[in-house]
Ligand binder design. Structure first.
Ligand code: TPP
Length: 808
């Protein structure tokens, strides 16, 4: 039985207002339903490629929207169409623009159609890269298709409220980012996605931190075709979550189960959750059951394939919109006629919105089509290419339904190839047309992987470390430690957290004493949960803080890799510059001993995280310099410290906290004439040792430290060295064809070093397996100075065997 009364906490409203609200909710639910139905037809008729809609989930989302305030944050997924519409950020027209793939931001502001439809995101950044006032808008962090991937970042989104509440001074200084820590982070997730590890990891982390998150589970009993009995123990996620239920001390969550079709109960549930979260920072889980999926999962297939007749009938009977209508009539809030009128108006409204979206999407494309057909016609008049007439016919025909730019551009490019030897002026017209279309579409589809505004790390000027005349030599970790102390003094938004980072100051003592000085809110231990440590950083950075998320060892980054690859690296690109995470991931890797303590998987990182910067400092002075640079920017980056470098002596700079190492600038650390050796990180030192030995053998090596892998040698200094030496060897300790192949591609292809080489450019990497434990495991797996010596010697011997006879 549906509850009959809507209890509205803190609010007394007139009967007329009450009725108006209910009818407006009814209209909104009907609008979402109808746009889904019409959108589905558009996919079937070929106007859109793929459709996924919010039908069957309307009522709960409308109830949620009632407690969502300006300054709150959403981490949700593709079903939240009604929520986004109720928050005023979405309309049927937006939906259709996204369904068609309209690339114009003014019509598809979430991503300019870089994302599939119904993947939402609010713009957090202005065009110049500066932050908008996030307290004046409803904030949706950008959705991803990867299920449960919104959960790692939820931890940080909610934690930021706690950080601001604990630091009133800081909160006061950042009015665009907080209202004194009262903001709530709302998450939504499907029932089946709750089977993902990310969900449980985040639920636990939020429970431990006790931060204001409200998690809504939209439970329609299925994950595509797979039902709850296969997804979840006892087929019921909130049953499983009972151990998280709040205890008498207020620790844990308030867990509520509510029917998806019970409007008054939904409103009560959200009002209670809001109060707990906003006032007491107590998180809630609202398990919304008995949801339906009236037309199945997506446009990819019918749900009649996997739902029984009884289930399909039940879904009709318990449809939330139908139940809502019954409730309105039972309580005499409106008449059948009122509701039928609304239904009719909604159908008409959605039709109009759809038409507008289509017309506006097609208008510029049709103009371009007209232009290209004119060019085709004039070429056809001069050359005898029979296909042209056929193409024009096809294009004119498809124009009646809808044209994609690729339809005519592919033909235009083919035609250019066919008329390359013709001496006609239209060849230039065609070429110019192709160039113009390519360039316009480069902006639409290929830009903004990186931030190019004035907030970019590439705009931060270098400040060199400076030294007293007789500088003290210290354990390198002291430089890092002192630098962090200086940074935390200077930057109140700076935070660092990870495993063993708080109490003991890090496994290598790089943050020793930091927690004592700056408190647990800014310097914190975390549970062992890499994915949500990264997610914590994402969420905090989206809320105006400057987090450093620590991965204890590079080998364990793989646990946190999914949010790096899917969220951080793609965020600026997939939102068309609308969102960015200024997060620094700190880790340590390369050399130590043992299969999981000597990793150097640069190829994996490079291939997975384009969109982030990757710094590989050879020592701790450079590492500190990178942190100082990155802290001045809005860009996400990873810094990999050398695991074997903390106790190595380094000179103590006298401008700790001030010096900044630029990104994308290589350093030549030894000059030579015979060969260029390129390396980075821990291997750099071994290369320098080998270069010394090679000098004795009569081979003069130039050694270059790349310093960062992304960006890579922005001023192309390496090719200048190759011009001098005419030989190139790249050395690292990743697998063969990993990081070294990337470096080679950059130098040989991008920098055109091929033109200056006298011998084959080569790489020297580690073995393909992981390094076994112990000194000998390392020696027989990773490149040693002797390996480098022999490799270089052999390269030199190729051209001068008399001077460098074979060693073996
Ligand atoms: C990590 C991941 N695995 C698989 C998929 C493919 N997939 C898309 S939706 C879906 C079912 C999701 O079900 P549920 O979480 O219950 O949400 P619903 O779509 O029913 O609202 C699957 C398996 C995906 N997008 N991401």
């Amino acid at each position: 039985m549906m509850s009959t009364k809507v209890k509205t906490v803190n609010k007394k409203i007139s009967k007329d207002d009450f009725k108006a609200t209910i009818l407006s909710d009814y209209r909104l639910a009907a609008e979402v339903r109808e746009s889904g139905a019409q959108g589905r037809r558009d996919v079937l008729s070929g106007k859109g490629s793929f459709g996924i809609f919010g039908d069957g989930k309307e009522l709960a989302q409308i109830a949620l929207a009632k407690v969502f305030r300006h300054g709150d944050f959403r981490a949700g997924y593709y079903r939240d169409q009604a929520l986004m519409t109720a928050l005023g950020q979405y309309s049927p027209k937006h939906m259709f623009s996204a369904l068609y793939g309209d690339p114009e931001l003014e019509r598809e502001p979430s991503s300019g159609s870089r994302q599939m439809m119904n993947h939402f995101g609010t713009r957090f950044l202005n065009d110049d890269g500066s932050w908008k006032n996030l307290m004046e808008q409803n904030n949706s962090t950008s959705d991803m298709a990867c299920l449960a991937s919104q959960f790692p970042r939820l931890v940080g989104l909610a934690q930021a409220s706690q950080v601001y509440r604990d630091n009133p001074e800081l909160a006061k200084s950042k009015p665009g980012f907080t209202n004194g820590g009262s903001e709530i982070a709302f998450a939504t997730i499907g029932n089946s996605s709750c089977a993902e590890g990310h969900f449980f990891e985040a639920v636990n982390a939020i429970g431990v931190l006790q931060v204001p998150a409200i998690i809504s589970i939209w439970d329609d009993g299925y994950g595509i075709s797979v039902a709850n009995d296969i997804q979840m123990t006892k087929s019921d996620v909130s049953e499983v979550l009972k151990g998280f239920q709040m205890d008498e001390k207020g620790a844990g969550y308030d867990i509520v189960k509510v029917m998806a079709w019970d409007y008054p109960a939904l409103i009560t549930a959200y009002e209670k959750a809001e109060k707990l979260a906003r006032e007491k920072h107590i998180p809630s889980i609202i398990h919304v059951i008995e949801m339906t999926q009236p037309t199945g999962h997506s446009t990819s297939g019918s749900h009649a394939r996997y739902k029984s007749k009884e289930r399909l009938q039940w879904e009709i009977d318990f449809d939330c919109n139908k139940k809502f209508k019954e409730w309105i009539l039972e309580n005499e809030i409106a008449t059948q006629e009122d509701l039928s009128n609304i239904d009719k108006e909604v159908i008409q409204f959605v039709k109009e919105q759809k038409k507008e979206a289509w017309t506006e999407y097609q208008a510029p494309i049709k103009l371009e089509l007209k232009e290209v057909i004119t060019i085709f016609n004039s070429i056809a008049a001069q050359v005898s290419i029979t296909e042209i007439a056929e193409w024009i016919k096809d294009l004119n025909q498809s124009a009646m339904f809808g044209v994609f730019r690729r339809d005519y551009l592919s033909k235009a490019r083919t035609l250019l190839g066919m008329i390359v030897h013709e001496n006609i002026p239209e060849k230039a017209t065609l070429r110019n047309f192709i160039n113009r279309i390519n360039s316009e579409n480069y902006d639409r589809y290929n830009t903004k992987l990186y931030n190019e505004t004035s907030t970019s790390a590439l705009k931060v000027a270098e400040v060199k470390p400076t030294y007293d005349s007789n500088p003290e030599e210290v354990d390198a970790r002291i430089i890092l430690r002192d630098n962090f102390h200086h940074m935390f003094d200077a930057i109140p938004e700076a935070m660092i957290f990870g495993e063993d980072v708080g109490k003991i100051g890090g496994v290598n003592q790089g943050v020793e004493g930091l927690q004592d000085k700056f408190g647990e809110s800014r310097v914190a231990d975390t549970g062992i949960r890499e994915a949500t440590i990264i997610g914590q950083g994402i969420g905090l950075s989206l809320r105006g803080l400057k987090p450093i998320a620590e991965m204890q060892y590079l080998d364990y980054v793989i646990y946190g890799f999914q949010p790096m690859v899917d969220d951080i690296a793609s965020l600026h690109y997939r939102t068309h510059g609308g969102q960015i995470t200024p997060l620094i991931i700190r880790t340590r890797g390369h050399r130590l001993e043992g299969i999981w303590h000597s990793g150097s998987p640069m190829g994996m990182l490079l291939n997975g995280t384009r969109g982030m910067y990757l710094c590989v400092p050879r020592d701790m002075t450079r590492a500190a310099g990178f942190y100082n640079t990155l802290m001045q920017s809005n860009d996400p980056a990873m810094v990999i410290e050398c695991l074997n470098g903390y106790r190595v002596k380094e000179k103590l700079p006298n401008n700790i906290g001030e010096f900044r190492v630029p990104l994308g600038k290589v350093e030549t650390t030894r000059e030579g004439n015979d060969i260029t050796l390129v390396s980075y990180g821990s291997t750099w030192k071994i290369v320098m040792d080998a270069a010394e030995q090679l000098e004795r053998a009569g081979i003069s090596c130039e050694v270059i430290d790349t310093q960062t892998l992304v960006p890579f040698d922005l001023s192309h200094d390496i090719v200048e060295s190759v011009k001098k030496t005419n030989r190139l060897l790249v050395i690292d300790e990743d697998v063969p064809g990993g990081g070294s192949a990337y470096i080679l591609q950059k130098i040989v292809e991008e920098q055109n070093a091929y033109n200056f080489l006298d011998s084959e450019p080569q790489t020297l990497a580690a073995k393909a397996h992981r390094p076994p434990y112990g000194k000998d495991g390392d020696y027989f797996t990773k490149p040693s100075a002797e390996d480098i010596f022999e490799k270089v010697y052999a390269m030199m011997g190729e051209s001068n065997p008399a001077k460098f006879p074979s060693l073996y």
